[in-house]
Design a protein around this ligand. Structure first.
Ligand code: CA
Length: 232
């Protein structure tokens, strides 16, 4: 299931840029252009994480965070202007999960989003975590912590690569068609390129098979893909 990120940002260019990057990474995106709208949408229960600008019309980011924290534990990453050190302190006290100082590198924001989601997912019981562990051979996936490793070494995947690998691991030894994978990874209303699954399989292979000299994902000609036990 896709993770939904709410972007609360009044500067249209930045909001649009963030939206494009997040969608590219496979996130669902909601947007709000002022503090009041941002608070309402964050409380609406549809978002999994909020990227919250500090300088906003109607309610500033700190006020949004303060009101949000009265009844919501949703992860929040704040965007502050350069050198607003006091803002960072205020944000910390207000219960933000992390901060980015503008201007920022998008890769860093994406990394922090993954990290915050990972941290938030980490606080579950051992029993629950075992259920969330998928593996084949030396390849391990911790669904809750959003981590993948091969032979103990961390493998960095994008959101969609992760989702694709997860579906294949959940259905180990079963051949899954491209259509099913497309629906599970991109959503039933996906309207883009139909060969996108092949593209993501190629990305996964470049990060796993090519690096570790293994053959994890099998192509079943004319049907789809499969991860088999003996090929991990
Ligand atoms: Ca702003």
């Amino acid at each position: 299931m896709a993770v939904t990120v709410l972007i609360v940002e009044d500067e249209e260019k930045i909001g649009r840029f963030l939206e494009l990057e997040l969608v590219h990474e496979g996130y669902e995106v909601m947007k709000a252009v002022n503090g009041r709208e941002g608070l309402e949408k964050a409380q609406g229960g549809k978002a999994d994480l909020v990227v919250l600008d500090v300088m906003l019309p109607e309610l500033n980011g700190f006020e949004v965070l303060r009101r949000l924290r009265k009844n919501s534990d949703i992860p929040v990453i704040m965007l502050t202007a350069r050198d607003e050190v006091m803002d960072k302190v205020a944000g910390l006290d207000g219960g933000a999960d992390d901060y980015m100082t503008k201007p920022f590198a998008i890769e860093e924001l994406l990394a922090r989003i993954r990290l915050v989601l990972k941290k938030r997912g980490g606080g579950v019981s051992t029993a629950g975590r075992d259920k969330n562990r998928l593996s084949v051979g030396k390849l391990c996936m911790d669904v809750q912590r959003y981590e993948v490793s091969y032979d103990g070494k961390q493998v960095e995947l994008t959101h969609r690569e992760f989702e694709l690998l997860k579906v294949l691991l959940e259905n180990k030894n079963i051949v899954i068609s491209r259509d099913t994978l497309l629906e599970k990874v991109c959503g039933y209303d996906y309207m883009g390129e139909t060969n996108i699954i092949d593209v993501y399989v190629r990305y996964l292979r470049s990060k796993l098979d090519d690096v570790y000299q293994v053959k994890i994902i099998q192509t079943v000609r004319g049907v789809g893909y499969c991860i088999k036990d003996e090929n991990g």
